[in-house]
Write a protein that binds this ligand. Structure first.
Ligand SMILES: Nc1ncnc2c1ncn2[C@@H]1O[C@H](COP(=O)(O)OP(=O)(O)OP(=O)(O)O)[C@@H](O)[C@H]1O
Ligand SMILES: [Mg+2]
Length: 297
């Protein structure tokens, strides 16, 4: 089983008719979605989060289930609701407004026993810097404990920094939290821009070197339309995207990459081939409105 942990939000995205379409998205959920597409049932995909008890929460849970993703560990928080973001497109540029501070997902790590059950038997667990950012200090500690226990029981831990400054008190808090999770990480899937902003890396090679020195076994550094640089175990690689497209909506490209890369690796594909497949799906994501990729990808 592949488990992704984090926050899924309600999304209002402008549609062609000049109105808004309701969707559901969030970095780890988008990755779980892409992994489910890539795995075609070969390995079950589970999404671990918390939702509220209102109709919007019910709609989100239904969406997760309808996608063929296991929602058995979607916790209910009495009286709460899910987070929301609204997309604005002006002159081709997208901006986001968020309502998420009170979202039920901030409670996803309140119950250590729930987390332990959610991750029992997982082969691979994905978390991100966004997952950690939304949690209160006690939740962060509980999540790190649960990841440590899952890893001790044989799971691999995958992590994308996905640094979003607005979700952290300051950069120091983000850096300190990332440094605490790294010793538990087997597969790091950062984007160079985030690592440069947070750790001052001068080039993707510096990110690979820093994370490898921190003990991370597999490091894959995304870098937009530039080459993906990485090192998995003893194997180093640099994979140039075969196709560079004009973005329609770049939201979720990194997430589609992560889910596809992990799905390919779970099925035994070599690292460089898995990167190429992930780039191909990410390129499709860039051409698709909304954060989720189409099944044909
Ligand atoms: N214009 C493009 N054409 C083709 N592929 C692209 C394009 N932009 C991004 N990609 C692909 O998407 C991957 C992820 O993009 P990027 O490095 O920008 O991720 P990101 O900033 O983490 O995205 P996200 O917003 O989802 O967090 C890249 O590694 C690349 O393979
Ligand atoms: Mg990203």
């Amino acid at each position: 089983m592949f488990a992704a942990i984090g926050e899924c939000l309600a999304e209002f995205a402008p549609n062609e008719a000049g109105g808004y379409a309701l969707g559901f998205a969030g970095d780890t959920f988008n990755a779980a979605w892409a992994a489910r597409v890539g795995l075609r049932g070969a390995v079950p995909v589970r999404y671990v989060t918390a939702i509220g008890t209102d109709w919007m929460s019910d709609a989100m849970r239904a969406r997760i289930e309808a996608a063929g993703i296991d929602a058995a560990f979607v916790r209910r928080v009495e009286g709460a609701s899910v987070g929301l973001y609204v997309i604005r497109v002006e002159a081709g540029e997208r901006s986001f407004a968020y309502w998420r501070r009170q979202s039920a997902a901030t409670h996803l790590a309140d119950d250590p026993a729930f987390l332990a059950r959610a991750l029992a038997g997982a082969r691979l667990v994905l978390v991100s810097g966004i997952t950690l950012a939304i949690l209160p200090p006690a939740g962060r500690a509980a999540l790190l404990d649960a990841l440590g226990a899952a890893r001790a029981a044989g799971a691999e831990i995958a992590f994308d920094t996905n640094y979003r400054p607005a979700l952290w008190r300051d950069a120091d808090e983000a850096r300190e939290t990332v440094r605490r999770v790294l010793p538990l990480v087997d597969i790091a899937l950062p984007t160079f821009e985030d690592e440069a902003a947070l750790f001052g890396d001068a080039a993707p090679a510096a990110t690979v070197a820093r994370l490898a020195a921190a003990g991370v076994r597999d490091v894959v550094v995304k870098n937009g339309t530039a080459a993906t640089l990485g090192r998995c175990g003893a194997e180093s690689f640099e994979v140039v995207p075969r196709e560079v497209v004009t973005p329609v909506d770049s939201t979720g490209a990194g997430d589609a990459f992560n889910g596809t890369f992990l799905a390919c690796r779970l099925q035994g594909m070599a690292p460089a081939a898995a990167v190429a497949a992930a780039q191909a799906v990410a390129a499709r994501a860039v051409l698709t409105r909304g954060a989720l990729i189409a099944d044909e990808a």
